[in-house]
Design a protein. Structure first.
Length: 232
């Protein structure tokens, strides 16, 4: 087996435990698009292009409520603003990718792929990191597409309570658990969680989430310098 193929398969394998939380999220996202009055082609297109569950659900909810299209787009972009932070963090790790490939890798940047690559892939000496990243995304995209389509088809059977309040915490718990290795990681998670609990209700348009991420990163960088542990 070539190193490239091995790396792709390694990425798919490492991300597999995280995908448990993606299925209910995809069901909710797919059913939300149908409830907004769209059909199956729009479900597939939106899940491929937007490639971000929270933004997809928020956008379709605002659309149902009759919000202006600029408000819908602006809110979706703000909800997804954490990707700016992710991209700045992961860019050095994927620096071996060609300039032509980097825009595509940017499209593949989602929470689950970021976590798998940063907490596992970059630490493995037996893989090439770019194929690993692509492999993780392929597994994630496959599960996401299937669950979106299932949500669209089974929309009336998806419980109404399975909204953002249910699905988003489930997804991020699945992301968080494998990465809690070492005191720095645990303390960064606690700082980020407390900051989010305080700032999200206070700041408008989900900007509290971005501020909480920045607070966790700042604390983690400070602790790394102080203790010399592996960066969280």
């Amino acid at each position: 087996m070539s190193r490239r193929k091995h790396s792709v398969l390694a990425g798919m394998k490492d991300i597999a435990p995280i995908l448990v939380g993606v299925v209910p999220f995809g069901l909710v996202a797919g059913s939300a698009v149908v409830r907004a009055g769209f059909a199956l082609p729009e479900v597939v297109g939106m899940s491929l292009i937007v490639c971000a569950g929270a933004s997809q659900i928020v956008a379709t909810t605002l659309f149902i409520d009759g919000a202006p299209i600029l408000v819908v787009l602006g809110t979706a972009l703000i909800v997804n603003a954490r990707m700016f932070i992710y991209s700045a963090s992961i860019a050095p790790v994927l620096s071996e990718a060609s300039a032509r490939l980097r825009p595509l890798l940017g499209h593949m940047l989602v929470d689950q792929n970021y976590v798998a690559t940063m907490t596992q892939g970059r630490l493995r000496l037996d893989v090439s990191i770019v194929p690993y990243y692509v492999g993780a995304w392929l597994a994630l995209a496959g599960v996401w597409q299937v669950s979106n389509v299932a949500g669209a088809v089974l929309g009336p059977l998806v419980p109404a309570a399975w909204g953002l309040d249910f699905s988003v915490p489930l997804v991020f718990l699945a992301l968080l658990t494998p990465s809690l290795k070492g005191r720095t990681a645990v303390s960064v998670a606690l700082v980020s969680g407390v900051a989010a609990a305080v700032l999200v209700p206070l700041l408008p348009m989900q900007t509290g989430l971005v501020a909480a991420i920045a607070a966790g990163m700042a604390y983690g960088a400070w602790r790394d310098r102080r203790t010399g542990e592996e960066p969280a």
